[in-house]
Design a protein around this ligand. Sequence first.
Ligand SMILES: [Zn+2]
Ligand SMILES: [Zn+2]
Length: 271
Amino acid sequence: MVFDTHTHTEMSSDSKMPAAQAISAARRAGLGIIFTEHYDADFSGEPGLFRVDAERYLSEYAPLRAPDVLLGVELGLTETSRAANLALVESRAFDFLLGSVHTVWARDIYMDFTGHFTGEAKAKNSERGPLITAEAYFKCVRDMLTSHDYIDSFGHIDYPHRYFSGPAAKLSESFAYAANTEAYDAIFDALIETGTAFEINTRRLGQYAAEKELSLIYRRYAEKGGKYVTIGSDAHNPRDIGANFKKALRIASESGLTAVCFRGRVMEEIK
Ligand SMILES: [Zn+2]
Ligand SMILES: [Zn+2]
């Protein structure tokens, strides 16, 4: 069974999706589902925001567990979150640890690119534009993969690309794959050295240019010796569950990559 390995329900502070609706949507699409609620250990906003209450999550969702319903977590990878992440997952029965880079040097990518600050910070951001560069982002990804070697798969390498509009529109060229092939190679080496799978995030696969670029990225990952991909929609509502999965499965098979999911932290091939 193919799994959507990246989804957020109302246990995540940015989603209102009830778990039951998510499960129904996955089953209608003939997919298994892994919930990956947010845990960004050092998120600087309000307490509790983007930090799942793991006790409540695992106890309330325990009755939902089924061969096609698994419980994971999306861990924010930063310079300072390793100990907190390990403390969260130690002795808790997560099926899957997805690791993601949402910040660079403690600067939130979404905030930096969209300028959704308030007051003085907002004025400053719109005046000088984003501070995070492509060089810094890709180096950060590489460093985080090396220092968070306990994760099962690395999520949405193309996360910054979601926000190349408004103040960040001019960044699109500097972040393109063609302009960063060496940095990507270093990331693929880190994935392979640490035994980390690589997510094909399907969020942007509806755009032809993004699909083409992501195909190149996964082909090169395979050329470098990469073998395993997880496929995740990053759905925050039922209609996005399983979005663009045919395209992701095609990218995997055309690159010679094996699509996998994780159950009880053990990798399984999905078909
Ligand atoms: Zn994420
Ligand atoms: Zn996510």
